[in-house]
Design a protein around this ligand. Structure first.
Ligand code: DWN
Length: 434
């Protein structure tokens, strides 16, 4: 159920330095059903370390994937229009740039509900997905997407190339961070990828996490937090060349990595490596300093919520996201401050946020209930959610952005940077005029 690593998940070094210790926390996606309210939530220690040898940031504890991604896993990618559109554009670009057609094979690891592979199927490109979570896998199969309900690794990679054909494209979005056997996973990509194929991998960028204080994206599902400096040797170790790196805004800032069996390496890789070295991300010190930033961000948020609550305000949350579970539990924000959380995912409505046990409701409730404030837990979809909730804002509702420092915004215009809520006491909460 729970193991603790003795060495770096990538290079094996024992020189791991602890940078954050959150204590015992519930599993971020283990949303509690009404029939489960009696007993306490299972909690596990969450400790983050940085490797002094390869600078990989990683969680010391491993909760088994079988526990995390079982039939209770309710994350469906298609509940975000922005993510579906992001994936469509990515698929279109790959079909064109790689000249994909009926003889090709596109493989997606962690294919979820088919949000990405559906775009290849529509264009007649053969696909196969790996998705062990039963719910999303069934949703993908209902779209006609062949889905292997097993975790991917070296053996699955070899088997696919042997029994099917080497892949022209392998897509692995928001899964590299989730795998306990990081080396086996990357080796599996190498085994499954055709000689002239490309692996396109998206993963949250540790630089964005630290610069924007996105501590709520740290939870048991995310075992690693990547820099290009840490990724390059990992790929090289398994015969893959990291040929191109893009910086994306999705999920609070992500890397899109392009890797293959041979080069050429374009200038983007060197640019990232240089920038990371210049900013100290190849050393441990910036990571060890991050705890102080997290503590300040948590304090500012809790102080703001208490100030609003003491002023008679009612506060709800938007987004029963894994990051929301982490933020609420790590900050000790419970039903004394947040009345309920709304979410479009119907598989989560009627359940409760793990740990804090805050009820999850339909977003429609915001307009009928009109809480004065809504804490934006799914801040990574800010534009989409603010646009969708424009009527709530028009009627005077206000969103609170929790990171990098709590701020209040009122406009649907995503460019509305919130006023810093840490302004001197007595100035009430800084509110951006529309
Ligand atoms: O790595 C992971 C990231 C990429 O996705 C997974 N381990 C788990 C998951 O993390 P998350 O739950 O924090 O992801 P999201 O996609 O930020 O969660 C957003 C939540 O907000 C979802 O439950 C859907 C919901 N939502 C909504 O209710 N209305 C989202 C949008 C865009 C909306 O308009």
């Amino acid at each position: 159920m729970l193991e603790e690593i003795s060495g770096c998940r990538s290079c094996g070094s024992a020189d791991l330095e602890t940078m954050l210790a959150f204590g015992d926390l519930p599993l971020a996606d283990a949303f509690v059903g009404p029939e489960e309210m009696e007993g306490p939530d299972a909690v596990y220690p969450l400790t983050v370390a940085v490797c002094a040898s390869c600078a990989l940031v990683q969680v010391r504890e491993t909760v088994s994937p079988e526990t995390l991604f079982d039939e209770s896993y309710r994350y469906y990618s298609s509940f975000s229009d922005a993510l579906v559109e992001h994936s469509r554009a990515n698929a279109q670009a790959l079909i064109t740039s790689r000249g994909l057609g009926p003889e090709s094979l596109v493989v997606e690891i962690a294919s979820n509900d088919g949000y990405m592979l559906q775009h290849f199927v529509e264009r007649g490109v053969p696909v196969v997905g790996f998705e062990p979570a039963p719910g999303p896998a069934s949703a993908a199969e209902s779209l006609g997407i062949p889905t292997i309900r097993r975790f991917f690794g070296i053996e699955e990679g070899k088997r696919l190339a042997r029994e099917r054909q080497p892949a022209d494209v392998i897509i692995a979005n928001n899964v590299l961070a989730h795998v306990p056997d990081l080396n086996g996973f990357v080796a599996g990509i190498g085994a499954a990828l055709g000689r002239d194929g490309v692996a396109v991998i998206e993963a949250p960028y540790v630089r964005d996490l630290m610069e924007r204080r996105e501590f709520d994206t740290i939870y048991h599902e995310h075992l690693c937090y990547f820099s290009v400096s840490a990724l390059a040797p990992l790929f090289r170790r398994h015969g893959l060349s990291l040929n191109r790196v893009e910086h994306l805004s999705i999920h609070g800032g992500s890397l899109r990595l392009h890797a293959g069996h041979h080069e050429p390496v374009d200038e983007s890789v060197g640019r990232f490596l240089h920038a990371e070295k210049e900013s100290g991300l190849t050393e441990t010190l910036p990571y060890l300093r991050f705890a102080a930033d997290v503590e300040e961000t948590q304090r500012v948020l809790v102080d703001l919520l208490r100030e609003l609550k003491d002023g008679g305000m009612r506060i709800a949350g938007y987004g029963a996201a894994a990051k929301g579970t982490m933020l609420l539990n790590a900050c000790g924000i419970g039903r004394d401050l947040i009345d309920y959380v709304v979410d479009r995912n119907t598989f989560k409505q009627g359940r409760f946020v793990p740990g804090v046990r805050i009820p999850i409701r339909d977003p429609e409730l915001l307009l009928s209930d009109m809480p004065e404030y809504v804490l934006l837990l799914a801040w990574n979809f800010r534009e989409e959610i603010l646009a969708q909730q424009n009527e709530y804002v028009r009627r005077g509702g206000r969103f609170i952005l929790p990171i990098p420092r709590a701020s209040v915004i009122t406009g649907a215009d995503p460019r509305n940077e919130g006023m810093d809520a840490t302004r001197p006491a007595g100035s009430s909460v800084g509110v951006e005029k529309r």
